[in-house]
Design a protein around this ligand. Structure first.
Ligand SMILES: [Zn+2]
Length: 284
């Protein structure tokens, strides 16, 4: 570790990819950062390893107008704080706050720690607060147009609803349909039911239509709901007896027994006379 440079003063040294030691209290943590699930056990192990070996992987910081912003290394900082370590090895780059937000997201994603809800919040922040165009922001984040539009919608959900969905990994492609409801009470109810009953995306979509009074559209998606929000499949109707086809469908529109019945009718009533005669012998 010869390249590492101890800094005596409070002024952090800005390097390129040089590792420098930075006072932890000089580091700003962006509110918009992508958060990994906090795991107390992992954190304990991290603290133990830092106690034994020190911080081996430098944290990543971006300097924006003289302020240091964290891109990667939140858990290491927390561990050092708990251990009473005042300085931490860091790689400092220059950039904008925009870079801080985007690089934090990319880093989290590369570590497999990103989640779609945090990505949605990040995208909305870049567009709504930092004034980036949706197109530019989504390209820098590396997401498709469809995903970007979905993320922007989900980010408009009230914080409480958003957090229910995020904390319980409600499928985001379903959560986006909650934005069709104007009533936060209803949004909360469906979000909670989605968690409780483990709705799929399609089931959330159907439930929202159901709630909007569009039961036909809900059934078209393939589901209907009880008063308590329990999901029930919608079965195709038999064209012969008009009852649900729950199982044993020979065709999507006929029960097996109804088909047999129709075939019986056909044999005796609708079969052409010539053929009936021919078959008489065979049928004895
Ligand atoms: Zn039938």
């Amino acid at each position: 570790m010869e390249e590492k440079e101890e800094i005596a003063s409070n002024e952090p040294v800005v390097g390129n990819t040089n590792i420098v030691y930075v006072p932890i209290d000089k580091i700003n943590v962006p509110a918009e950062r992508v958060t990994s699930q906090f795991d107390a056990e992992v954190q304990k192990e991290l603290m133990e390893s830092i106690k034994q070996k020190g911080v081996l992987t430098p944290i990543i910081l971006i300097e924006v107008n003289g302020e240091l912003w964290l891109v990667d290394g939140y858990n290491r900082i927390r561990a050092c704080e708990e251990l009473g370590i005042k300085e931490i090895p860091a790689i400092i780059k220059k950039g904008t706050y925009q870079d801080v937000v985007i690089e934090n997201l990319i880093t989290a994603r590369q570590k497999g720690k990103s989640n779609p809800y945090d990505e949605a919040k990040t995208l909305a922040f870049l567009v709504n607060k930092l004034g980036m165009s949706l197109e530019e922001a989504r390209k820098q984040m590396g997401i498709s147009q469809t995903t970007a539009i979905r993320y922007m919608k989900v980010a408009t959900l009230p914080d409480e609803i958003f957090n229910i969905c995020r904390a319980n990994n409600v499928p985001i492609t379903g959560a986006v349909f909650l934005t069709l409801l104007n009533d936060p009470e209803k949004q909360r109810e469906i979000a909670n039911d989605a968690v409780h009953f483990g709705y799929t995306s399609e089931q959330i979509k159907a439930r929202v239509y159901w709630e909007l009074g569009n039961k036909e559209k809900s059934q078209e998606v393939g589901y209907q709901f009880t008063a308590t929000g329990e999901v029930q499949p919608v079965y195709p109707k038999c064209h012969f007896c008009h009852k649900d086809i729950v199982k044993d469908a020979v065709y999507i529109w006929l029960h097996q027994e109804c088909k047999a019945l129709i075939e019986e009718f056909a044999k005796y009533y609708w079969a052409p006379r010539e053929e009936t005669k021919h078959e008489e012998g065979e049928m004895q």
